[in-house]
Design a protein around this ligand. Sequence first.
Ligand SMILES: [Zn+2]
Ligand SMILES: [Zn+2]
Length: 452
Amino acid sequence: MKEKNLLVKNARIIDPAGGLDESGDILVAGGKIIKTGKDIAAAGATVIEASGLIACPGFIDLHCHLRQPGYEDKETIATGAAAAARGGFTTVCCMPNTSPPLDNAATVGHVKDIAAREAPLITILPAGCITKGRAGRELTDMAELAAAGCIGFSDDGSPVSSARLMSLAMQYTASLDLPVIDHCEDLDLSRGGHMNDGWVAARLGLKGIPAAAEDTMVARDIALCQLTGARLHVTHISTKGSVELVRDAKRRGLGVTCDVTPHHLTLTEERVMVAQAGTGTALTYDTNARVNPPLRSSADIDALIQGIKDGTIDAIATDHAPHTMGDKLCEFENAAPGISGFETAFGTLMALVHTGRIDLNVLIACLTAGPARVLKSAAGTLQPGARADIALLDTGREWTVDVKDFLSKGRNTPFDGCKLKGMVVATISGGRFAYSYSRKIYNIKPVNEYLG
Ligand SMILES: [Zn+2]
Ligand SMILES: [Zn+2]
């Protein structure tokens, strides 16, 4: 099928990888970026008038859960990809804690087949398990998983508690030149805990998880990274201590990278506590604010933001973790941890820009060039020849989160009803529209056959 060329006109083009922040046009042909610049003319191209909008590379998410196979009541690859596109993401790395888990080539191949068939517009990159069945006892065949297309290894949802096994895993991942995507949690310290250890937990009578449960594991795995020469990617970093450890490891030249989630940057442990409906004064908890690692303190948020500013933190990753209503409509202790995060990521993060805490270019770098670097991927840029993955953003547009509008099956979010300022207007993947907001408001005409 001959595809029409696309011409994005008069956008503010921000491409951190290419060092670009200027107004101009982007010409797309054959699914690739042809050029960016001023007053590009292209006869016959579909023109997208983007004045007032930012055009940047499609976002890359290093950490999400698409739940298929096994948990299709929470999410499928198709619904997850649609939600990702709505969030501006064109590349997502899905974690292997499915059922069965992605601990062998056949299951990885199955996921890739479904992705190619049902979500062809989004690049879906699976991570493989570190241990068989994520049981923490026996390593998977990592070479086989790498050959099947895994972009890294993780037992996410669980840590690898045995230091000996983790060091062995890192020897293999080092030889494959793929990262370990590390869920850092010392289960001895976190056991029985459900939220951050602090005054809110005490007030609600919930057992806390100390920051040290994360810090000790980050410290251990940095030591193992030094021992083995592996690439260590600490995911969903949440504590001041972890940020300091990663900063120090980078200073020492180790191959350590890390990401932080939008919720750990924007919400504190206080969000767990809500007024009980009808009473006005009595306090209760909101299971939608239960995540692992837990929401931390404002001092942790300050350290995370400092980590983003000084380059200690490479990427912002959603840890999109959709669940059913039933998974959350229960006691806090029994609620499944996680937030359905694709569709609110950009809007919530923009609050940090509007309040002057993070520079817009730095934010976009953390969603594009930063994660691309972690993956050693050619995506995440608008330079000529790159795949035409483009997000169009309206940083000033206000909207109210309504979970009933979610494309994700997971409606579990503490942001429901929140007023956000900043919206993804359209997502173009490989030169085709994967998502567009209102054609009436933005006059953007989707040109692919999926949206009509
Ligand atoms: Zn995790
Ligand atoms: Zn996760």
